[in-house]
Each structure stands twice: as structure tokens, then as C-alpha cells.
Design a protein around this ligand. Structure first.
Ligand code: CAA
Length: 258
């Protein structure tokens, strides 16, 4: 791949958007490469955590590629939005846990990619915005949907209607990011959090991810039914037996490979 790099270090896969000369702007090619890589990684049994980041010192991704979009018509705009959504949906629903390592600007489509990840860790220099209205367009990678669910409709509307940037500490206060860490500790902090999750039952984490994701799409009553079904499914795993027996015997559980 030319614009997106994959580094495998089981149980981690690090996916890096690699166009630092234009702040990792997200062209159609970037999205296509990311989709291909995420599909490839999803099939890798040995990978449990996917860390998504941007190359260089300044940006995670400064949004969709404006130089590409400027000459495009409505059909191309819709197609681009389709690619943004496909990438975000993959990140949101893949069996692995996804962590955005936000190492600088996460604007427009870049911010939307972080919203689709399960967890977001930001370096102190990270900045978030959905600045599309300044360009005469609207967010097209799920931002109008996921931001409101994460930080509330009122704050999401202010960010989307003004396009204003917020810094990492403000993002933390809003619940937009899980943690803020010094720049040089960003990847190690992502790995430490990933290691902790990997030490838990992989089946249980995947079932929990699926249950929480359901809460975004279905009403509370049906969400509760789904939670009951998934807990029943968890009871059918060897990990449930091992986890509970280990607790009672005061030993560390040995969970199955997931
Ligand atoms: N698309 C294309 N190129 C971009 C870009 C983008 N989104 N963001 C930055 N670049 C390019 C700049 O054109 C510049 O290229 P040159 O060196 O060839 O001139 C290079 O990256 C460095 O950028 P700046 O000189 O602007 O750097 P800066 O430090 O002065 O400013 C910035 C940084 C505040 C992030 C500024 O670059 C910026 O505002 N970028 C655009 C952000 C934006 O509006 N993103 C939303 C895009 S729309 C979208 O994302 C919609 C969607 O999901 C479908």
C-alpha cells in the first residue's frame, strides 16, 4: 500500500495514514487502502487490537482531501461519503478492539475516523474539529451521527455549526477522548491499554463490543433483549468456566485464544 501502512506486532496491528506532506489528507485512495487493510486485519486471528494513527508530528488526519474534492461533482461527493462510511463502519464493527492514537490534528474526516474507533487516546497537541461548514459542505463520514451520541446533541451541534477546533484537554472534558497523554507516550499508552484488554477474555470483549454498539442503533428494550442473548452466549464459552473457576481458586485465568 502506498498511503496507508500496516505494521503487525501481534496482538497489535498499527495502521498509519502516511501522507504527512499534506497532513494525512484523506483522498479516495487513502480510504480504499484503509478498507483493504482493515478487512485483511479483521481476518487475522492473532490480532486483538488495531491502533490507528497518522504519520508525522502534526496530524492524525486533517480531513478529506480538499485538493481532490474541489473539482468533484455531487455524484463523486456521495461516493466519497460512501467510502468514509465504509471505513468508519469497519472500524466500529470489526472483531478487534480499535484505538485511535490521535497525534495531532483530527479534523473533518480525520475526526470522524476517531469517532468510529472504540477508544480514543490523544496527545497533548491533538486538536479536533468538524470544520466542513467553512468549506460549504457538511460532515460526510458519520460525524453528524456519532459525535452527538458521544458528547450530546447540544455540544455536537456547536462543534458542527461553528467548525471551531477544540484542544485535547477540552476534548477530554467533553468525553470525546478517553485519555490525554504526552506526545512521546501516546503509542505506549495505547499499547498499555490494549494489553490490559487483551488480558481479558477475547470472546467476552467481542460480545460486549457488539452489545454496546447495538445501543447506538436500536431502542432500549430491544437492546436489553440483545444483551440477554449475548450474555447467554457468553455462558456457552469455555472462557466463562475458566474465568469463574479461576476467580474462586484465586488464580489468574488462562483464556482461550480468540
Ligand atoms: N486536504 C488537502 N490538503 C490539505 C488538507 C486537506 N484537508 N489539510 C492540509 N492540507 C495541506 C495544505 O494544503 C498544505 O499543503 P502545501 O504545503 O502543499 O500548501 C499542507 O497540507 C500543510 O497544511 P497548512 O500549510 O495549511 O498547515 P497549517 O499548520 O498552516 O494548518 C490546518 C494546519 C489547520 C490543519 C490546515 O491545514 C487546515 O485547516 N486544513 C484543512 C482542514 C479541513 O477543513 N478539513 C476538513 C476537510 S472536509 C472533510 O473532511 C469532509 C468529509 O469528511 C467528507
Amino acid at each position: 500500500m502506498e498511503l496507508v501502512k500496516l505494521q503487525l506486532d501481534a496482538p497489535f496491528a498499527v495502521v498509519t495514514i502516511d501522507r504527512p506532506e499534506c497532513l494525512n489528507a484523506l483522498s479516495s485512495q487513502v480510504y480504499r487502502e484503509m478498507i483493504a487493510i482493515l478487512r485483511q486485519v479483521e481476518a487475522m486471528d492473532e490480532i486483538r487490537v488495531v491502533i490507528l494513527t497518522g504519520a508525522g508530528e502534526k496530524a492524525f488526519a486533517a480531513g478529506a482531501d480538499i485538493a481532490q474534492m474541489v473539482g468533484e461533482n455531487a455524484i463523486a461527493g456521495r461516493r466519497l461519503s460512501g467510502l468514509c462510511h465504509e471505513t468508519a463502519d469497519l472500524l466500529e464493527n470489526m472483531r478487534q478492539v480499535t484505538i485511535a492514537a490521535v497525534n495531532g490534528y483530527a479534523l473533518g474526516g480525520g475526526c470522524e475516523l476517531t469517532l468510529a474507533c472504540d477508544l480514543r487516546l490523544a496527545s497533548e497537541n491533538a486538536r479536533f474539529a468538524l470544520p466542513e461548514v467553512s468549506l460549504g459542505i457538511i460532515p460526510g463520514g458519520g460525524g453528524t451521527q456519532r459525535l452527538a451520541r458521544l458528547i450530546g446533541v447540544g455540544r455536537a451541534k456547536e462543534m458542527i455549526f461553528t467548525g471551531d477546533q477544540i484542544d485535547a484537554q477540552e476534548a477530554y472534558r467533553m468525553g470525546l477522548v478517553n485519555h490525554v497523554v504526552p506526545r512521546d507516550q501516546l503509542m505506549s499508552a495505547c499499547r498499555a491499554l490494549g494489553e490490559k484488554i487483551v488480558s481479558r477474555s477475547g470472546y467476552a470483549v467481542a460480545l460486549a463490543k457488539s452489545a454496546v454498539n447495538s445501543s447506538m442503533d436500536i431502542d432500549r428494550r430491544n437492546g436489553a433483549e440483545r444483551e440477554k442473548d449475548l450474555l447467554g452466549l457468553a455462558f456457552a464459552t469455555r472462557d466463562k468456566q475458566e474465568g469463574m473457576e479461576a476467580f474462586l481458586a484465586r488464580r489468574t485465568p488462562q483464556f482461550e485464544d480468540f
